[in-house]
Write a protein that binds this ligand. Structure first.
Ligand SMILES: C[S@@+](CC[C@H](N)C(=O)[O-])C[C@H]1O[C@@H](n2cnc3c(N)ncnc32)[C@H](O)[C@@H]1O
Length: 292
């Protein structure tokens, strides 16, 4: 299992890492960005959050060598204010905060979590125990129109209507409880050219469900506000997003917030070499802003 960090050097160099600085990695994952910060600057410290207990455990073990410079916290970054208050970090005292959104390859590789349409597992998709429902609940209980809207908006899926209809037909026969049952229903719903297209036909629907189950957009909106409050003057916030709705939230927040100066007029995207090496990076966008 490994996770290849996206826009690693770019994101960390934009943070203006400074000696003795205090940084927050709001999405620890495999720890790539945290390690880059710690290696770039001697004596810097990182408070690292992940809402996923299992991932936090694995990465904590892998980063044992840095234990004296990292504080690991299992938390949703929407609660960043509570986390930092609990650690006696005053508002206005953090030098940089990084968000690298979405799921890590670790999570996709743990079949039992239900994030992947390639391996049989219960339809779960919860990143942490703070999620209120799992994907099976949405798939089996949402009215058809809501399911369609969810798949269209969060998945940017053109065949959302057909997919929602076939899901509802299938669940009337039998509850859809596993990843492969859902993937099969989706395959049946879409036209043949899409079924054999470049991406698996279930990709966008699975993404939509994951975003909804984990309220990823709601968490992002709250997390950005809290991050701003804890940044010190001249401190920077770097956000890597993988979805157009996430990117819009970040862009609008950075532009609309008087206390922030946008550093990246256009989003920074990975170069050709990175996208060739890591397919996941293709949709990545990095935006950075500085607190005035
Ligand atoms: C793309 S990975 C981060 C990868 C990491 N930057 C690296 O280089 O290895 C995103 C991680 O953020 C976590 N995550 C997603 N949303 C979160 C949230 N709202 N609060 C805390 N952690 C979150 C996920 O559990 C996942 O482990």
């Amino acid at each position: 299992m490994s996770h290849v960090s996206v826009l690693l050097a770019e994101a960390v160099s934009f943070l203006n890492v400074k000696p003795d600085g205090l940084y927050v990695d709001a999405t620890l994952g495999g720890g790539g960005h945290t390690v880059k910060i710690l290696e770039s600057i001697p004596r810097s410290k990182v408070i690292a959050l992940d809402r996923d207990e299992k991932i936090l455990e694995i990465t904590k073990e892998n980063l044992k060598g840095f234990a004296d410079r990292i504080t690991f916290v299992k938390a949703n970054f929407r609660d960043l204010d509570k986390v930092l208050a609990g650690l006696q970090v005053p508002p206005g005292s953090v030098d940089g905060i990084i968000f690298d959104l979405g799921v890590s390859s670790f999570q996709l590789d743990i079949a039992s979590r239900g994030f992947s349409f390639r391996t049989e597992a219960p339809l779960d998709m919860r990143m942490g125990d703070d999620a209120k429902y799992d994907a099976a609940a949405l798939v089996n209980e949402l009215p058809q129109e809501e399911l369609e809207r969810l798949i269209r908006t969060f998945g940017e899926e053109n065949f959302a209507g057909r997919i929602a209809r076939v899901i509802v037909e299938s669940r009337q026969v039998r509850r859809i409880s596993t990843t492969l049952e859902l993937a099969e229903a989706i395959s049946k719903a879409v036209p043949s050219f899409y079924r054999h297209g470049k991406i698996h036909p279930a990709t966008r629907t699975f993404q939509a469900l994951r975003i909804a189950v984990n309220d990823e957009l709601g968490a992002l909106k709250e997390g950005l506000i809290k991050a701003l409050n804890y940044l010190g003057q001249g401190g920077r916030m770097a956000v890597i997003s993988f979805h157009s709705m996430e990117d819009r939230i970040v862009k609008d927040y950075f532009r609309g917030e008087k206390a922030l100066q946008v550093i990246t007029k256009k989003p920074v995207v990975p170069g050709a070499a990175e996208t060739l090496e890591n397919r996941r990076s293709r949709s990545a966008k990095l935006r950075v802003a500085e607190k005035l």
